[in-house]
Write a protein that binds this ligand. Structure first.
Ligand code: GLU
Length: 308
């Protein structure tokens, strides 16, 4: 299978559609990104990277960070984290507050905003916010085996100023006793984790451990056990695209996590880690062209976990 050819063909097929979707504008700094961009990077478990389009342009990973913070929280607190956050798809939008009241402040899963904020609160335990941000950045550099990764402070500040819904979610959960730190501290870390800037190539490297039974074959670093990698993939498949998760499974059939910066990380277990990026979002807040690209990739490679 010629993965470079497949990546090049996807870029050519999407060329006339560049600019589709709507760039996230509720975070002012993200609204400034040129929507006419698309990139793809495929890194296989034997260590080869294939890339096309704007694959080396850094973008804001936003909610894709939730996968990495979940990995950190599981490393610190193990399965006890599931007392404070569920593992079920939400069927609601990423920043929804409606289920939280019915479910007494326990978010449905770690990939909706409420759940991710609780996970961040767990990673923060025993640290000052600045230390937790430092720990996350070191972890990401270790995962991607790349010391150049950095957080875009402007994006973090932009969301800090305008993240009213996230403040509402966090305060609500603190009211239920499911947040152990001051809301400003937990959200300070959350906004910084979301503001990490990665290119598709770097993101495909950072996610590779999930495709390779918990070990990054590029660096040889063992990140999690095979069982934990499998479980994180299961959560990504069920919950990684908010209320579009079913549709993503139907069309693409791979564990994946989207972010409102327009990126998607997808995992083909035993095969490859794939990162796509295009800033325009569809109605449920997932990259419009990124989703199309992954469907094309899954069709051509036969990598869907549901069969060829
Ligand atoms: N930082 C974003 C927010 O909390 C992340 C959402 C996303 O990427 O889906 O609104």
């Amino acid at each position: 299978m010629d993965l470079q050819l497949i990546a090049d063909e996807i870029v050519s097929a999407l060329e006339p559609r560049l600019g589709e979707g709507k760039v996230a504008d509720y975070i002012p700094e993200l609204a400034r990104v040129d929507p006419k961009q698309f990139g793809i990077a495929i890194t296989t478990v034997d260590g080869q990277t294939y890339k096309a389009g704007h694959a080396d342009t850094a973008f804001s990973i936003q909610s894709i960070s939730k996968v990495f913070m979940l990995t950190l929280a599981l490393g610190k607190a193990g399965e006890s984290i599931w007392k404070r956050v569920g593992r079920e798809p939400s069927g609601s939008s990423f920043n929804s507050i409606v289920q939280l009241e019915h479910e007494h402040g326990i978010p449905r899963n770690p990939f909706i905003n409420a759940g991710a904020i609780v996970v961040t609160d767990m990673v923060l335990a025993g640290h000052a916010p600045r230390e937790a941000i430092g720990e996350y950045l070191r972890f990401m550099r270790y995962l991607a085996d790349d010391e150049t990764l950095s957080i875009d402070e402007k994006v973090a500040q932009s969301e800090q100023r305008t993240g009213y819904r996230n403040f509402a979610l966090a305060n609500f959960m603190r009211g239920f006793g499911n947040l152990q730190h001051p809301v400003e501290h937990t959200l300070g870390v959350y906004f910084h984790q979301c503001a990490l800037a990665l290119s598709c190539v770097q993101l495909s490297h950072a996610g590779l451990f999930l495709a390779n039974r918990g070990t990054n074959p590029l660096s040889g670093f063992s990140v999690v056990s095979p069982k934990r990698a499998r479980r994180i993939n299961a959560l990504m498949l069920m919950c990684g695209h908010y209320d579009g998760s079913g549709d993503f499974a139907y069309h693409v059939g791979l564990p994946g996590k989207s972010g409102v910066g327009g990126g998607i990380l997808a995992v083909a277990p035993g095969k490859a880690s794939i990162a796509v990026w295009s800033p325009g979002l569809n109605k449920v807040g997932n990259s419009a062209l990124g989703s199309v690209a992954l469907e094309m990739l899954a069709t051509r490679t036969g990598w869907s976990v549901f069969g060829t």
